[in-house]
Write a protein that binds this ligand. Structure first.
Ligand code: ZN
Length: 578
């Protein structure tokens, strides 16, 4: 079903479209005789609907795929009437299904099988090279077409820090292409065979919006900066092409299964169409046509220099409650820990300002055009100069008479925020979306190498924006960091460092656990224009919920990520049970 654009932006009551799962196989619920009632009562636990006042109850009623109400056990049992199915919570805690506001669906589906050679799996450079040699041996056993593939490589977390270039990769794989993706997704490392496969000459000029790493003599060294440099090489691999095409539906359903185990009921894909434009959205539709997807999807169409969506008949709000086009994504700079996020001043240990992927005057024109067409914009900005360029562009659109507040434009990662930028975000009705795991996994290098002790105080300022009432969300950017939502809550509340147990990075930016929960439920729904249907357990909304073994409000902050997901329900059906 198509939604009228103005209706979509207003999110008025009564326009919620749901795709019924009726007639499709049950997703793990009890089977057999027709139930006497379509009511299910969850009782005997802690029910946190994440409503305006963050109220607490002991019971919840759902009817079909909708929330019917919350209250005491007695009141809810009475309201349910006879024949209701009863789920005894036995003290467990119910929250709205988690919303992952920013992840990369295609990368998880298409590259999920590629081996992790990053620092969490291989802590030294030598161990990473050894893993790549094993992958090469396996590729040789597969046949002459098979590439050597790796992901999650991250030189800055290695001791000592070192990059992969054609030198290492040609030595490891002289007979076949090799492609290793950086954990940030913004940099790739390839060998000479891979450059050949993509038809890239050793003296090729930089592509628009990207950069080739070079040797002292100017020839390419195999380091590719930005999607425009990487994608042609990645898509020269026939196996990856197959996974992105004919095998995509099965791979995508697996991503939904993984989300369900983590209590995530909605995934926001932040690069729909990155490889094949409208054909990619068509494959997402196929995935839902199968009826086995266990998570909803909100798609942000990826726009870049080749403009894959130009001429496509797609509007914001197209789709239904399971799969809906939510907005348009622009990427304005690179990654801070890769020293490609665009900064006002040079990096702490490197004399560079980083990269604009989109030059500010071009960004201004793009934002004006898309905002005038009614597209909610999701704009990646890591460095403070990139964030300035986003704010300038949105302000320019507003000054041209466009109601930018209605679009709820988002700044993705929004890693470094000065006070003046927080004030502008508020004035423009925008929302920051923090990659909160930057603090936990990369916090020590952000402080010691990337920003220095002073500027790192401006990293992921959850408490500062919470204090002034700006709606903020947090994301994993999976596969950049792992998909789990409880880990994000832990980091927002504790801001503890992976490499330095006991240390806290910028304690003043820690937030109360309730604020962290709200950011990935209620606020995340608002941010993706879906608050009329998901994000809280309020009557009339869709029955998406997670049952946790224990209450995150009662846990030690660093133990929140250890709480087990006990059950996940999506659209009124149990899609996961531990
Ligand atoms: Zn991303």
């Amino acid at each position: 079903m198509k939604l009228d654009r103005r209706q979509f932006l207003r999110n008025g009551a009564g326009m919620a479209a749901t795709l019924s799962l009726g007639g499709l196989p049950e997703l793990g619920c009890s089977r057999g005789a027709e139930p006497a009632s379509d009511a299910t009562v969850f009782r005997g636990g802690v029910v946190l609907p994440v409503d305006e006042g963050f109220s607490e109850h002991s019971a919840l009623l759902i009817r079909g795929n909708r929330i019917a109400g919350v209250g005491s056990d007695e009141a809810i049992l009475a309201e349910a009437g006879t024949g209701a199915r009863i789920v005894d919570l036995e003290g467990r805690t119910v929250l709205p299904g988690f919303i992952e506001p920013h992840m990369h669906f295609l990368l998880l589906a298409g590259l999920g099988h590629v081996e992790d050679v990053g620092p969490f799996a291989q802590p030294t450079f030598e161990a990473c090279l050894a893993a790549l040699r094993q992958i090469r041996d396996a590729a040789r056993a597969q046949g002459p077409e098979a590439w050597v593939m790796g992901r999650q490589f991250d030189p800055i977390l290695l001791e000592p820090a070192r990059e992969l270039t054609t030198r290492e990769l040609d030595e490891i794989a002289p007979d076949r292409p090799a492609f290793v993706l950086n954990a940030s997704g913004h940099i790739a490392y390839v060998n000479s065979r891979a450059l050949d496969a993509a038809g890239i000459a050793r003296d090729a000029p930089d592509p628009a919006g990207g950069e080739f790493g070079r040797q002292a003599d100017g020839t390419l060294n195999g380091v590719l900066y930005g999607p425009s440099a990487q994608i042609p090489v990645l898509m020269s691999n026939p196996e990856i092409q197959a996974r992105m095409n004919r095998e995509f539906v099965a791979a995508g359903i697996e991503v939904g299964e993984t989300a369900a185990t983590l209590g995530i009921t909605t995934l926001c894909d932040q690069a729909t169409g990155v490889l094949s434009g409208a054909a990619e959205l068509a494959r997402y539709r196929e995935m839902y046509a199968e009826g086995r997807m266990k998570a909803r999807l909100r798609a942000y169409l990826y726009d870049f220099h080749e403009a894959p969506w130009r001429g496509a008949d797609v509007r914001p709000g197209d789709g239904d409650a399971l799969l809906r086009v939510a907005g348009l994504k622009l990427v304005t700079d690179g990654s801070n820990q890769g020293f490609t996020g665009r900064q006002r001043e040079p990096y702490w240990t490197r004399d560079t300002l980083g990269l604009y992927y989109i030059d500010p005057p071009v960004l201004r024109d793009l934002v004006e055009r898309y905002a005038a067409e009614g597209w909610p914009l999701s704009m990646h900005g890591n460095g403070d100069a990139a964030i300035d360029s986003i704010l300038d562009a949105v302000e320019h659109a507003r000054d041209r008479g466009i109601d930018v507040r209605a679009l709820r434009c988002r700044i993705e990662h929004c890693s470094i925020l000065h006070d003046d930028q927080i004030a502008r975000i508020q004035e423009l009705g925008m929302g920051p979306s923090f990659l909160i795991n930057h603090v936990h996994y990369w916090g020590h290098v952000m402080r010691d190498q990337v920003f220095g002790p002073e500027k790192v105080q401006l990293l992921d300022r959850c408490a500062s924006v919470e204090r002034v009432g700006i709606p903020w969300v947090m994301h994993s950017d999976a596969p950049v960091s792992p998909l789990g939502s409880l880990h994000k809550i832990r980091v927002a509340v504790a801001r503890d460092l992976w490499k330095e147990p006991g240390a806290v990075l910028v304690p003043s930016e820690r937030v109360p656990v309730e604020a962290a929960i709200r950011s990935i439920t209620r606020t995340a729904a608002w941010q993706c224009h879906s608050e009329h249907e998901i994000g809280s357990l309020e009557a009339g909304k869709l029955a998406d919920l997670v049952v946790l073994e224990s209450d995150p409000r009662k846990a030690e902050p660093t133990a929140i990520s250890e709480i087990r997901v006990s059950e996940t329900w999506m659209d009124g059906r149990r899609v996961f049970q531990a």
